[in-house]
Write a protein that binds this ligand. Sequence first.
Ligand SMILES: *Cc1c(COP(=O)(O)O)cnc(C)c1O
Length: 433
Amino acid sequence: MKYYSTNGKVKGVSLKEAVLQGLAPDGGLYMPERIPVLGQDFYDKIHLMTFSEIAMKVAESFFSDDIHKNSLESIVQHSMIYDAPLIRLSDKLFSLELFHGPTLSFKDFGVAFMARLVAHLIKDDDQELNILAATSGDTGSAVGHGFLNAPGIKVWILYPKGQISHIQEQQLTTMGHNVTAFELEGSFDDCQALVKQAFNDKELTAQRRLSSANSINIARLIPQTFYYFYGYGRLNAAGHHAIFSVPSGNFGNLTAGLIAKKMGLPIFKLVAATNINDTVPDYLKTGVFAPQPSKHTISNAMDVGNPSNFARMLALYPEGVAAMRKDIEGYSFTDAQTEEGLRALYREYSYIADPHGAVGSLGLHEEQKMYPHTPGIFLETAHPAKFVDIIEPILNRSIDIPDRLESVLHKKKLAIPLKNDFAALKHALLKSV
Ligand SMILES: *Cc1c(COP(=O)(O)O)cnc(C)c1O
């Protein structure tokens, strides 16, 4: 399989190049040249298959030309290790919980797969790979955990001192091994600027092979299709359609759902559920894509005013907005509505969601007003314990902290203090062996 850039100037790129580059040289996002369609025999037995069996089948359809079956099997077995239970709230309402990984968000799936894939792609190269990541909180620990102990790879995370939560800092700074955290005296923007400077430094890049692992990487997008197939399989609704509602910010998760639909998964509609950062729902209404500055909300991982994966959505619907409207329905919600959504799930189903999942459930609720007989799944993208401060006062009860989060709180912080000065970062990268 070859990959092309959504900006149209780059085509015929190999998997390895697309993954190691991340962003295409023309500034576009990589997409597979064709979307494979899975056969009816697969859909006939999908309800009997395990998560990793399904993941393997889907992965093979993209990667079998490029990766030997045994190696792909090993990548899948080592990365698709988190549970994704489908929780039944009523006959027609389900939550697909995607937060059972180490950093308690759905991003763990994409990052874990990408890490194993990258390790495989570079295994015969002499030079070690250095992954550089600036983080404002969550991405860094997801990347760190994904690449933890990956052979031939070092991870360097920069985070702004004093500007992330205590839990986030503990998650970032206690991994050790091949993951180093720099505590920068500066802002998140300063972290990003230093990373950018590193990629542009000729002397550094001559001696160290650098890469990023950002969210637009094609190696993070494709594994996000796996859980749509798995969730559908657990419905045990052979032959019937389902609605998936996706709480969205940068729209990588929803784009993966569109790909699953094009692969033949019986998805009736995908719901693009957003907070007040409603650029995509607005586009579906008006046909005009008008990016906005992002606005702060209680579902803050979705505070994105200019979603980068929109370019991929357009690539999947070259016919334009009318075609997109047939498959995607957009809804946006205020924080007050999100709070009410959290309360409604708790009151009616004794279910504790997080603010992102609550937005997804609200979108599904709107859609099922039109299609009450179609089963609906909302993606629950984060564990509520990540948002205790927000949820406890809304539900007026305490939230249990899972063991894997609790244990991180007692580990030793291993961060290296760093001045906001490129020379210091460069020195640290060059002296590491
Ligand atoms: C990143 C994130 C989202 C948004 O996902 P996109 O793929 O960027 O649309 C939703 N919920 C949570 C908890 C997230 O961390």
